[in-house]
Design a protein around this ligand. Structure first.
Ligand SMILES: [Zn+2]
Length: 325
C-alpha cells in the first residue's frame, strides 16, 4: 500500500530510497485516528445540540401537526356548544313533552351511557396525540348515542300525540245545539219533576229547548251506531260511538241528517230538534255515556265555553225544575 519514495542524491548522482522512520509512521497513524474521532464527535455534538436544523419536509410536517392540534381544539369547542343544545333538548323532552303525554322521562344514565365492553379506541393508542384523539372520539360517540336516544323518544312522542289528538277530537266537547246566549238550557242532570207524572225522577241527561227544525251537532268525532225510534221514550234518536268508552245520545228528533254506520266529525249536523217520543215540547234531550254508564254532560262543554259561561251553564243546569224529558 505504501508507495516507495525516492530522492536525488547530488553527491552520488543517483536516486535513493527515502527510508521513513518507524516511530514517525506510527505517529501519523495515531494522529489520523484521533482526528477521525474528534471530527465524528464534533459532528455528533452539532447534530444533538442544534436540532433547529430541519429539512423542508420536517418543517412542513410540523406545521401540519400544529394545525391538526388547533383544529382538534376547535372541534372540541364546537362539541361543547352542541352538547349544550343537546342538554336543552333533552331537558324539554323529559320535562315538557314526555310529561305532557304522560310517559316516564328517560333517565340521565340511559341518555349519557358510553360504550362498554371491548376497547373501541385501541387503534388510536400509541401516538403522541393519542389522548387528544381518544378523548375527542369518546365525546363524539357519547353525543351520537344521545342523539339516537333522543330521536327514539321523539318517535314515541309523535305516536302518543297522534293518539292524544284522536282522543281529544273524539270526546264530546261542545254543546249539541247553537246556544250563544245560553238561554236554551232548560233542565240539567239530576232529580227533576217529571212533566207527565209530576213526580220526582232522575233525569239522566240535559234538555236544550229550541224550535222544531233547529240543527243538532255531533259533539265529537265518531260513528253513528243508532238512528231510529226503537227505544221507549226517546222517539227519533241518534247514538254516536266516539271510541275510548264514550257514547252520546240525541233524543226527540224531528228529522235525521245521518244514517247508521256513518262516520261523523265534531260539529257535523246530524239531525233537527223535534218533540217525538216522551216529550212535552220541542227540545233536545242529550246524554253522555262512559263505559255504558250515563254521566253528567255538564262537564263536557269545555270545547266552546269561557269560565264565566260555564258558571252560567252550571247555574242553569242545577235548577231543580221540571224536565222536558
Ligand atoms: Zn230530558
Amino acid at each position: 500500500m505504501s508507495k516507495v519514495k525516492y530522492y536525488y542524491d547530488s553527491e552520488t548522482l543517483s536516486y535513493k530510497k527515502i527510508e521513513q522512520k518507524k516511530g514517525r509512521r506510527l505517529g501519523i497513524i495515531l494522529l489520523s485516528i484521533t482526528g477521525s474521532f474528534l471530527g465524528g464527535f464534533i459532528l455528533l455534538m452539532i447534530y444533538l445540540n442544534i436540532p433547529q436544523i430541519e429539512t423542508p419536509k420536517e418543517k412542513a410536517l410540523k406545521r401540519e401537526l400544529h394545525n391538526m392540534e388547533l383544529q382538534y381544539g376547535l372541534l372540541n369547542k364546537k362539541m361543547d356548544q352542541i352538547q349544550d343544545v343537546m342538554a336543552n333538548i333533552e331537558d324539554r323532552d323529559n320535562n315538557i313533552y314526555r310529561l305532557y303525554f304522560e310517559t316516564n322521562p328517560i333517565p340521565e344514565e340511559q341518555r349519557r351511557a358510553g360504550f362498554g365492553g371491548i376497547n373501541r379506541y385501541k387503534d388510536l393508542e400509541g401516538f403522541d396525540n393519542s389522548k387528544l384523539i381518544i378523548e375527542t372520539s369518546k365525546r363524539m360517540d357519547v353525543l351520537t348515542k344521545r342523539l339516537v336516544v333522543q330521536s327514539k323518544s321523539l318517535d314515541e312522542i309523535a305516536e302518543l300525540a297522534k293518539e292524544k289528538g284522536a282522543l281529544l277530537s273524539a270526546i264530546p266537547a261542545i254543546q249539541p245545539v247553537n246556544n250563544e246566549d245560553l238561554s236554551r238550557i232548560a233542565s240539567g242532570y239530576g232529580w227533576r219533576t217529571d212533566p207527565f207524572t209530576k213526580v220526582k225522577k232522575f233525569h239522566y241527561g240535559m234538555d236544550f229547548t229550541a224550535p222544531r227544525g233547529t240543527p243538532i251537532y255531533a259533539t265529537g268525532d265518531g260513528t253513528v251506531v243508532r238512528a231510529d225510534s226503537r227505544s221507549t221514550g226517546y222517539g227519533n234518536h241518534i247514538r254516536i260511538d266516539h271510541g275510548y268508552g264514550y257514547t252520546s245520545l240525541y233524543a226527540h228528533l224531528y228529522k235525521y241528517n245521518v244514517r247508521r254506520g256513518q262516520k261523523v266529525k265534531r260539529g257535523d249536523v246530524i239531525g233537527f230538534v223535534g218533540s217525538t217520543g216522551r216529550s212535552e215540547a220541542p227540545h233536545l234531550h242529550y246524554e253522555i255515556f262512559k263505559d255504558d254508564q250515563r254521566i253528567n254532560p255538564i262537564n263536557f262543554y269545555y270545547g266552546n265555553l269561557s269560565p264565566e259561561e260555564f258558571d252560567k251553564v252550571l247555574e242553569k243546569a242545577q235548577r231543580e225544575n221540571q224536565s222536558l224529558d
